[in-house]
Design a protein around this ligand. Structure first.
Ligand code: PMP
Length: 439
């Protein structure tokens, strides 16, 4: 009789790399699986509204690209990206900075087209992070960035943040170590280069998950502090164009281009399915990011790049993006109204105790997300199954913290459900909270 074959678990030939042990399924995606049942009103997903995808324009651009230069469009292409698209990106960033009163001389040679800005995060990690390197993130921060960074085995340090973004004193402390508020820049220089954080990852506009934005004063202070501390900034800005009433202040990168890598995306203004984004990097790191890009995927899909360039030419975004802003603003307003109807308007001058005893939320000035906090004693993770039972889903906020998550927080996306669904969904959330309180 033949001996039984060894089972994979006893004698598997597959020995995983140490970094693989650090890769985990996205907590959010796992949560979404539970919430994606038919009939559930979902405030959980992070998807742009499909109503905003310019389908007819892409159909026309696809035909045009194939007619004009089919061989070129279907051939391998330059790793840096399609030249006309890089030029358009540079021009758009220059114009946006100028409108915010700042000169940012973006050179197309500094623009690298990436496979979504998510790839930009991966390249940044590969080029800048060694095992054990300290990297700084806001608290909370975009989970997808932490997932891109962790395989490089960094020490991820959360910097205390408030409704305007990172706290500058906490940042100094995180960079210099210990309680060294007020330490001179000269003393800071003495901190050994190897101990220094490699960068701060920061989302100044309509952050995922909180929807908050960094004020002009905070940007100025962060820019000054980062320069003093020789701390590079990774500025992630996929939502910056989606402002509701006024454009955000100038990007951090425009204030100190040599000290920042800027990440942008076509996902929220055109379509995420094309998987295209870009980064703008100083000369000191661009060649290495390009080499990492070559190793990762040679180049981002040339066909898609040409389609986007075709759609964007003649100022299409100037006509299209305002329609997204108008839609998302109406959606946000519906959610604010529904929250006020069900939980009472957010008081202007409330005491800490009063705020502790009720559902609180912010009012984002752009983007796709609103951030809320449950009354003391409630956990968003525990509330979720009760909410799903009532027919509504959200994402608990705790997974977005690189250190100790605030269990009371939750992220509500307001862009995909209809206004009627927003009202029904928020009412269902109120019922779930009543059921929770009664438990
Ligand atoms: N950064 C942030 C903050 C995001 O929210 C997202 C998308 N959820 C990304 C980057 C990645 O976007 P993409 O790869 O589609 O450009």
């Amino acid at each position: 009789m033949n001996a039984p074959l060894p089972t994979a678990s006893v004698n598997s030939p597959w020995q995983l790399a140490r970094r693989a042990a650090r890769m985990n399924p996205s907590v959010i995606r796992e949560i979404l699986k539970v919430t994606e049942k038919p009939g559930i009103i979902s405030f959980a997903g992070g998807l742009p509204s499909p109503k905003t995808f310019p389908v007819a324009e892409f159909a026309a651009a696809c035909a045009k690209v194939l007619k004009d230069d089919p061989q070129g469009a279907l051939q391998y292409a330059a790793s840096e990206g399609h030249k006309p698209l890089r030029e358009m990106v540079a021009e758009q960033l220059r114009a946006q900075a100028a409108a915010a009163g700042v000169t940012w001389a973006v050179d197309p040679a500094q623009v690298l087209i990436t496979t979504g800005s998510q790839q930009g995060l991966d390249l940044v990690a590969k080029v800048l992070v060694d095992a054990g390197s300290k990297i700084l993130v806001e608290s909370p921060t975009y989970l997808g960035a932490v997932m891109a960074f962790t395989p490089m085995e960094p020490e991820v340090v959360s910097v205390t943040s408030d409704e305007h973004g990172v706290d500058i004193d906490a940042l100094r402390q995180a960079v210099l170590g210990g309680p060294q508020h007020g330490q001179s820049p000269e003393a800071a220089q003495q901190t050994s280069a190897s101990d220094r954080p490699r960068f701060l990852y920061v989302l100044p506009n309509f952050q995922n998950p909180t929807g908050r934005s960094m004020s002009e004063a905070r940007r100025a202070a962060l820019s000054t502090a980062a320069a003093e501390l020789s701390l590079p900034l990774i500025e992630d800005n996929p939502y910056g164009d989606l402002w509701f009433d006024t454009p955000p202040p100038a990007p951090l990168s425009s204030r100190n281009p040599e000290g920042c890598i800027y990440l942008g995306s076509f996902s929220k203004v055109l379509a995420p399915g094309l998987r295209l984004g870009f980064l703008v990097a100083p000369k000191a790191v661009y060649p290495k990011l390009l080499q990492a890009k070559q190793a990762a995927d040679l180049h981002s899909p040339g066909f898609n790049q040409r389609m986007i360039a075709e759609v964007m030419k003649d100022g299409f975004l100037d006509r299209h993006v305002p329609t997204i802003r108008a839609l998302y603003k109406a959606q946000r307003d519906a959610m604010l109204e529904a929250l006020a109807n069900n939980f009472g308007a957010m008081p202007v001058d409330a005491s800490a105790t009063e705020l502790d005893n009720r559902l609180c939320w912010n009012s984002p000035a752009g983007g796709m997300f609103l951030w809320a906090r449950l009354p003391a004693g409630m956990s968003a993770t525990d509330l979720l199954p009760l909410a799903v039972a009532q027919g509504v889903a959200f994402v608990p906020g705790a997974p977005f913290y690189a250190d100790h998550g605030d269990e009371r927080t939750l992220r509500l996306s307001f862009v995909t459900p209809s206004v009627e669904e927003i009202h029904r969904g928020v009412a269902a959330l109120a019922l779930a909270m009543k059921a929770y309180a009664a438990e």
